[in-house]
Ligand binder design. Structure first.
Ligand code: HEC
Length: 158
């Protein structure tokens, strides 16, 4: 009887260890996953956004005026990050890559000049995810739901 109990316990411990291992693999392979429902992440993200993004993308995510047309310098102005922009048309991974690497490297465009800085070396991955999570937390529920669907499709794609 006693050994059977021990075997059960050992089996349960193994299942628990396996679950933890699978969980951490999931987290490592998707460091870009936005967490708009995590209050702590969103609070940090708001600070990062105000310090690093708001000067161009606007305090209320409104972007710069006439953002669809290049300015006198030939560069596109900063687009809005609210529901009127196209930030939510991109899955988490691309938003993360654009913010970390800049538009050209994120989109594999060799000659794309852009006013969007690359934040690699300036912000940690966690701070980048936080700023984008805060942005997502500000979208209306319907836009958030569509963005969730888009992420699910992007994840399912080979
Ligand atoms: C110096 C101004 C500036 C700052 C600061 C800035 N951005 Fe941008 N951002 C831009 C511009 C300009 C674009 C459009 C660039 C292009 O298309 O070439 C852009 C584009 C983006 C896009 C792509 C949006 C889309 O719809 O395709 C994302 C995502 C983004 N920025 C996130 C951020 C985040 C997050 C921060 C802060 C951590 C930030 N940006 C800070 C200027 C800025």
């Amino acid at each position: 009887m006693f050994t059977r109990k021990l075997l059960w316990l050992a089996a349960l411990a193994m299942i628990a260890a396996l679950a933890v291992a699978i969980g951490s693999i999931g987290m490592q392979s998707e460091p870009w996953r936005l967490e708009p429902d995590d209050a702590q992440v969103v609070a940090l993200g708001r600070q990062v956004y105000e310090a690093r993004c708001a000067s161009c993308h606007g305090v209320r995510l409104e972007g710069q005026p006439n953002w669809r047309r290049p300015g006198p310098d030939g560069l596109l102005p900063a687009p809005p990050h609210d529901a009127s922009g196209h930030t939510w048309h991109h899955p988490d991974e691309l938003l993360f890559r654009i913010t970390k690497l800049g538009v050209a490297r994120a989109a594999n465009l060799q000659n794309h000049a852009s006013a969007m800085p690359a934040f690699e070396g300036v912000l940690s991955d966690a701070e980048i995810v936080a700023s984008l999570s805060w942005i997502k937390s500000q979208w209306p529920a319907s836009v958030r739901a569509r963005h969730d669907e888009l992420n699910a499709r992007a994840r399912a794609a080979p």
